[in-house]
Design a protein around this ligand. Sequence first.
Ligand code: NI
Length: 178
Amino acid sequence: MSILKVARMGHPSLRRRARPLDPDEIRTPAVQQLIDDMMQTMAEYQGIGLAAPQVHEGVRLFVAGYEDEAAGDREHSPLKVLALINPEVEPMGKEVVEDWEGCLSIPEIRGRVPRARDVRVKAFDRDGLRIELKAHGYFARVLQHETDHLDGILFIDRMESLATLTFIEEYGRYWAKG
Ligand code: NI
């Protein structure tokens, strides 16, 4: 496995629409390696999600971490990582919530972004099997953020106002919940 270079805002790779992967392609060593490398890269930089265009690969694939609530109490539940391919995200209901987001491609910056609270996602998993999942709250936010990367959209494009755009140090000082 290797740690991949992450494209930063301004790199054209972040603004292109990525192509779908053919289901037969998913199980190839090249794609499996990319998934492993993306998981390792995300862990290295302590991200909660990473999309292929962020590592200069124009394919519709991302990895995302989520809490495994079944595994124990919320405070100490381990983070699991999921790979989703060709995801289709659909809001469930009309509830929109605003919360802070960051992005490994926009280092040191946070901003408040409105997102659907509940979503349904259809995708392929890394074995090439069709899956469907429902997500709520922060995980739903991560899934929407990562799917946006596949369409060349960054979280700042989704902000209603740039007034909350904040450097990480000021975020910690003035905005992080204590
Ligand atoms: Ni991002």
